[in-house]
Design a protein around this ligand. Structure first.
Ligand SMILES: Nc1ncnc2c1ncn2[C@@H]1O[C@H](COP(=O)(O)OP(=O)(O)OP(=O)(O)O)[C@@H](O)[C@H]1O
Ligand SMILES: O=C(O)C1=C[C@@H](O)[C@@H](O)[C@H](O)C1
Ligand SMILES: [Mg+2]
Length: 177
């Protein structure tokens, strides 16, 4: 039985939003995507929130919003790519939720994110692949602390099945602690 919120973490393009939505449908739980909630509340997309309000403001409202959603209880929450890097958010997730890290290789991420232009962190001039590799290198050790790691660039439907099984196992073994 799922007794805590399930929080998907991982790099931009790892599939948190795509997989989270499908996972929520499979588990019959409410789905939230913190980036989407912020865009709706601010009436601006992620790039414009950063441009007009600044990255500090983004981090502040992201922290407040994730706290609010986690307090809803057993929901599926897909976070932003940098949410888990915020120590306050990470601590909150550790205390109240189960984190699932979608660990996807750099090539796959690059291929996915280069198809869109919706993330301010990748809009800087320069080599996007190098930028991504550096970001992955910095963030990996932090993502490693997630409760569940799913190593995969599997097709989304299979990924959902795998994650659902891992969550079930997690709660059966030590999730009630
Ligand atoms: N398992 C998958 N197989 C193939 N393509 C996928 C898979 N998961 C996601 N994608 C595709 O990769 C792109 C990025 O996925 P998504 O937006 O879900 O990532 P994200 O982790 O939420 O990224 P961000 O942190 O930037 O919000 C989308 O175009 C999506 O369709
Ligand atoms: O990886 C990142 O640094 C980010 C990813 C997005 O989901 C957004 O939350 C924001 O653009 C930050
Ligand atoms: Mg997303």
């Amino acid at each position: 039985m799922i007794i805590k919120p399930i929080v998907l973490v991982g790099m931009m393009g790892s599939g948190k939003s795509t997989v989270g939505k499908k996972l929520a449908r499979k588990l019959n739980l409410q789905f939230y995507d913190s980036d989407k909630v912020l865009e709706e509340r601010e009436g601006l997309n992620i790039v414009d929130i950063h441009e007009f309000m600044g990255p500090k403001y983004f981090q502040q409202i992201e922290e407040e919003t994730i706290k609010e959603i986690i307090d809803y209880g057993t929901v599926i929450l897909s976070t932003g790519g940098s949410s888990f890097m915020n120590e306050n958010i990470r601590q909150m997730i550790k205390e109240k939720a189960v984190s699932v890290w979608l660990d996807v290789d750099c090539e796959t991420i690059y291929e996915r994110v280069s198809r869109r232009n919706t993330r301010p962190e990748l809009m800087a001039i320069g080599n996007k692949k190098e930028l991504l590799m550096k970001m992955i290198e910095e963030r990996r050790p932090i993502f490693e602390s997630a409760d569940i790691k799913v190593e995969s660039a599997l097709e989304a439907h299979h990924l959902v099945e795998t994650i659902a099984k891992r969550i079930e196992k997690y709660f059966a073994e030590d999730g009630s602690q």
